[in-house]
Design a protein around this ligand. Sequence first.
Ligand code: AMP
Ligand code: MG
Length: 363
Amino acid sequence: MASVATPSSSPSIGGCNVEKLYPRLDFGRRVVVLGIESTAHTFGVGVASSRPPYILASVKDTYRPTTGGIHPREAAAHHVRVAPRLLREALDAAGLGIEEIDAIAVALGPGLGPALRVGATIARGLASYYGKPLVPVNHALAHIEIGRLAACMEDPLVLYVSGGNTMVTAYARGRYRVFGETLDVALGNLLDTFARDAGLAPPYVVGGLHVVDRCAESADKPWPLPYSVKGMDVSFSGLLTAALRAWRSAGAAARPRICLGLREVGYGAAVEVAERGLAHTRKAEALLTGGVAASPVLQEKYAVMAGLHGARAGWPPPHYAGDNGAMIAWVGVLNYLAGVTVSPEEAVVRQRWRLDAVEAPWR
Ligand code: AMP
Ligand code: MG
């Protein structure tokens, strides 16, 4: 079982006025929250504060299967193995002892059951043993809020693209509303499954570039592949099948063109539904978040689209684009300041906890 540790030094973010981002919270109160992320392949621990610099530590370690996709039980075994070390590293990086932490936050969903239960069990244990409040956090909401903090955005239209999610969302009346989403495969999963089944060598992201983005670089024009946007939703399963079929039947010389076709159709469809969301809502800001937000190719397309609508585009740095503990700790701070806590007995994981079912009482 291979895993990759991320250096403890995560870039600092949050140089903006948080009172404008969260007008209903009182940041005069100093609270420090430890956050645990374990929804899928990454185990992450972050420490966040209600006072600058907001993010005090963020460490993570990602499980990478040697063959096939994420096996939930293997991911869980990985998380159990790395958790003690990462908890220690996060507290050391923040320069704090556990007694100086005000609350424990944990991502309770959505995600893979066995993986989620590792984080939930550790968080319940820490909260009970040390007598700390426990703060429930929705993983999708955390991707959005760390993006808002990093890009300093008050009220953006959001395109959230990761290994397990693809959605267009914006805040309205108490919660984030989902305008469009994938009907099947998520954008990151499209890229990773294509790379894996095409036999491209892992790791799939090297030097900040996905292997599909890299393979497309030498193509002169894209291979024609099916494009599927249905209303505000996208569908990538037909694209994946067609790209893999072309990969197997066309000669090796055509491969960069197939990567380019996959990337243009995949990114293009996601940006198209985001554009429609932006045109409808007329937001002045457009946030890109989730693991695939680290793609410089997607960033460029997204920024061009936003510019056409007079909106400012932004995204978090790569460490905070993908799954991380800091985003859980940050929403932990927001929820804790707003009085959202849960008893250890009630802190059960919710594999299908939808973003639009979560109250955002601090907005
Ligand atoms: P997350 O689930 O948010 O951690 O996102 C993981 C997904 O992001 C995986 O599908 C990765 O392949 C994808 N990803 C990570 N970095 C990049 C990148 N630089 N370009 C494109 N996709 C990426
Ligand atoms: Mg994620």
